[in-house]
Write a protein that binds this ligand. Structure first.
Ligand code: ADP
Ligand code: MG
Length: 576
């Protein structure tokens, strides 16, 4: 389509606003233009974090000579024409604002040649004014060079961070586009250093290798793109639970290949990993969400980083289902990494793949995924389970670990972590049926709290009743504990209550208060490390563990067991 100025009735409908706030915003708009132009190769170069220079070249369709000046007018675009088009945007850009906004705050040079024209064009602007134009020979495609960003807006210049930080934003941006468009070749050069180069094979896995390295890539589980027609398709790669990070930055979504930020979706993912990774840590996920363009409103935020789904719940549930079922199918007992031994010629065993290390305790079978409700989706329905070969208990080690033998070799089970998992699922089931076993204390237990804790406890008294507590105010900051969850009798009751209050203070960080309560109670009622167990007790514990839905991790996300396979043993002893 030719470039045209949007009619006023369309222009006013566009969520406009200043989009250029840092070098990465320039890079973003130029990369999106290159992608929209059908480029196969996109080269990005920056200098001094992008404040001195951002240059993007592509081999896309180019701009016809007679449209070059128009491209810099506000609301000039070749990507939509009518208001209706706004409701089914298929390109990354659609507002016709970017080139104008960038040119207004920089010294900009653009060279371009449309594939079907013999001569190209060079145009130069300064602070938005065209200062030079000439014909130019060049291959089809476009190059935009943005120099001295914000030279005429000193205030914005002041808001820029260090060169390293700004360059980091550009690198993250480029990585994201490279993941969204694995069929295109991207390079990023920072000064004289080549920061990133993707191969453009079209395989997402190859892009992941280029960006994160082989080590990380090997720890990613694929979610294949569904073949059949579904209203929402979710596919990509998700990290094994062992691959957790300290922030959410590596949870990346593309909605119809647009890199978007969506807190609800991030939440759907962290939820799916809940109790599989440690508290306060976040998974890695690169997910494509594909749905009909009319189901997504991309016109709600000036940077186009946020979108609105017409059927939010459907998207949320589809994402959580895809992630959860992949995790359920892949997750297995972590294998022991045997430390380097002094033997000559010894080589560390290859990382065992899930299939080697697997001990199929209980997994959801395909088609038997628990159904998800709306908005407050919880995977609470107990899954269908498979009985499995029992582990034979051999003994206890350091009063902390249970040594057991199974068909696949030797297992070391952390008695506390395993029991925590059991207790957690027990309590959760009881809580859902509103029948947490509760017991009256022979003598009410007085507890002294700080004023802040007292206020919190006051506010949570009714909630705590649902978990089997009966606590009554006893003047000032003192309370009387009359009933507690049955398993808590004989344990450190006051300490458990304090911890529940701490959870209420931090509340809603990663776990809901309810979740946190279950975890805390599970922890406080579980067998401790250092406790001697009889053979019978250990057998019971293993049997109960086999019945849980997620036997391999405790509710905090730590492993409950490690596995040393027969093959590994043979290798270690030089039998093979
Ligand atoms: P938008 O992308 O929203 O249309 P822009 O201001 O980013 O607005 O670009 C204006 C127009 O210039 C685009 O619609 C497109 O026709 C043209 N254009 C910009 N960059 C390129 C490019 N790299 N290759 C081909 N055409 C381009
Ligand atoms: Mg654009």
């Amino acid at each position: 389509m030719p470039i045209r100025i949007l009619p006023p009735e369309v222009a006013v409908k566009i969520a406009a606003g200043e989009v250029i706030e840092r070098p990465a915003s320039v890079a973003k708009e130029l990369i999106e233009n290159a992608i929209d132009a059908g480029a196969q190769e996109i080269h990005v170069e920056i200098a001094q974090g992008g404040r001195r220079l951002v240059k993007v070249s592509d081999d896309g369709c180019g701009i016809p000579a007679d449209e070059v000046e128009l491209a810099f007018a506000r609301h000039a675009t070749s990507k939509l024409q009518s208001v209706e088009d706004l409701y089914r945007v298929r390109t990354l850009g659609f507002r016709g604002e970017a080139l104008a906004s960038i040119a207004a705050v920089s010294r900009l040079t653009l060279t371009t040649r449309a594939a079907d024209e013999k001569v190209g064009t060079l145009i130069r602007l300064e602070g938005g004014e065209i200062i030079h134009r000439e014909p130019l020979g060049r291959p089809p495609g476009t190059m935009v060079l943005v120099e001295n960003l914000f030279f005429n807006t000193p205030v914005r210049l002041k808001f820029l961070r260090s060169d390293t930080t700004e360059a980091g934003h550009v690198a993250r941006l480029l990585s994201s586009y490279a993941l969204a468009f694995p069929e295109k070749r991207f390079t990023l050069q920072n000064g004289s250093r080549l920061v990133l180069r993707t191969t453009g094979t079209g395989a997402l896995y190859d892009a992941i290798v280029a960006i994160y390295g082989v080590d990380v890539a090997e720890q990613m589980f694929p979610i294949p793109r569904p073949e059949e027609d579904q209203p929402v398709k979710v596919w990509g790669y998700i990290g094994a639970p062992s691959l957790h990070r300290s922030n959410r930055l590596e949870i990346i979504f593309f909605v119809n290949r647009r890199w978007v930020q969506d807190n609800a979706l991030s939440y759907a993912i962290t939820e799916a990993y809940r109790t599989l990774i440690p508290q306060g840590r976040y998974p890695v996920a690169i997910l494509n969400i594909e749905l009909p363009p009319e189901q997504v409103d991309v016109n709600i935020h000036p940077t186009k980083r946020e979108v609105r789904f017409r059927q939010k719940n459907l998207v949320f549930v589809s994402v959580q289902k895809a992630v959860r079922s992949t995790l359920m199918a892949k997750h297995s007992v972590p294998a022991v990494q045997v430390p380097r031994s002094p033997l000559a010629g010894w080589r560390p065993p290859a990382r065992s793949t899930p299939s080697q290390a697997h001990m199929a305790l209980e997994l959801y079978r395909p088609g038997e995924l628990p159904r998800l409700g709306d908005s407050q989706e919880r995977l609470s329905t107990p899954p269908q389970t498979e009985r499995l070969p029992m582990l034979r208990v051999l003994g206890q080690l350091a009063q902390t670990y249970i040594i057991a033998e199974g068909p696949g070799g030797m297992y070391l089970i952390d008695q506390h972590a395993a029991h925590e998992r059991i207790r957690y699922e027990e309590l959760k089931a009881q809580r859902e049926r509103a029948e947490v076993a509760s017991q009256e204390l022979l003598e009410p237990l007085p507890i002294e709290l700080s004023p802040r804790q007292a206020t919190l406890l006051e506010a949570h008294l009714e909630d705590l009743a649902l978990y089997g507590f009966e606590i009554i105010p006893f003047g000032g900051s003192t309370f009387l504990v009359k009933r507690v969850p049955a398993q808590l009798v004989g344990q450190a009751i006051a300490a458990a209550i304090m911890e529940l209050l701490d959870a209420a203070i931090d509340g809603g960080k990663d776990f809901s208060w309810e979740e946190q309560t279950l975890i805390t109670l599970a922890c406080h009622t579980a067998i401790r490390a250092g406790q001697t167990l009889s053979l019978e007790e250990m057998r019971t514990l293993i049997q109960q563990l086999e019945k849980t839905s997620l036997p391999h991790t405790c509710p905090h996300g730590r492993p409950t067991m490690i596995h040393l396979s027969q093959a590994q043993l043979e290798k270690e002893f030089g039998r093979r």
